[in-house]
Design a protein around this ligand. Structure first.
Ligand code: SF4
Length: 226
């Protein structure tokens, strides 16, 4: 949405805003850097004063499907505060035409909200086609590394590809005495230590390979590397 708006209205002094949690995987940071190259402007990182891991330590609590304080504190409340400070303004929200059930943020009367992709009638296929034309690859995961909503296969890939992230999440479970995953979600252990022991024995959750080729690795920005 941001790329297309910049193309359609180059005369506008756009501000590009995102709300990092500090637990993004390296591919996401690379993706943002590439977007900054293409947009010719930095993304404004709107953050809480503590990142996700600092909040876990301070509150001695993990985010879970029962307590999704992470989204509220790190994304919704920070965005509301940013818009309140910058109002009146227009918030352009990247929701597509084929996901009418999703709603944008609630930023108050002084912030008009627009949904350009819905105005253009863009569904998922249109977005994918547009990004492919511009050489933009969406990272396989854009959620937090230790997001409690990730699938079992994502935990396996985190353990395999980012063992340091996995180890720090496992240490947080030991520290706090709870688990990111919920009991009964599948037949695997809920805790990351138990999962790791199974992974280390060579057990691979079903579906991991199936996920693999739906997305691609993010490529470095060619413009920046020149
Ligand atoms: S991606 Fe997951 S952990 Fe991160 S803020 Fe959203 S729900 Fe919380």
């Amino acid at each position: 949405m941001a790329l297309r708006l910049a193309e359609l209205h180059p005369e506008t002094d756009w501000r590009y805003v995102c709300t990092p949690t500090g637990d993004e995987l390296p591919d996401v940071l690379l993706h943002w850097a590439k977007l900054e190259c293409l947009l010719g402007k930095p993304l404004e990182k709107v953050t809480h004063k503590l990142d996700l891991n600092q909040l876990i330590a301070e509150m001695n609590a993990l985010p879970s499907w029962r307590m999704r304080w992470c989204t509220r504190m790190l994304k919704i409340e920070t965005a509301i505060a940013w818009y309140a400070k910058n109002a009146p303004c227009v918030a352009y929200v990247g929701l597509r035409a084929d996901e009418p059930e999703r709603q944008g943020g609630i930023f108050g009367d002084s912030v008009e909200q627009r949904y350009p992709m819905r105005e253009w009638g863009w569904g998922l296929a249109d977005v994918q086609r547009y990004l492919a034309e511009r050489g933009v690859m969406i990272p396989k995961r854009t959620d937090c590394a230790r997001c409690p909503y990730q699938r079992l296969g994502d935990w396996w890939e985190l353990w395999k590809e980012y063992p340091d992230y996995y180890a720090s999440a496992e240490a947080q479970e030991a520290e706090v005495g709870h688990t990111f995953r919920s009991d009964g979600r599948d037949t695997w252990p809920a805790d990351l230590k138990g999962l790791r022991l199974r992974f280390e024995r060579g057990e691979v959750p079903r579906g991991v390979e199936l996920n693999g080729d739906l997305f691609g690795k993010v490529e470095a920005c060619r413009a920046c590397s020149l």
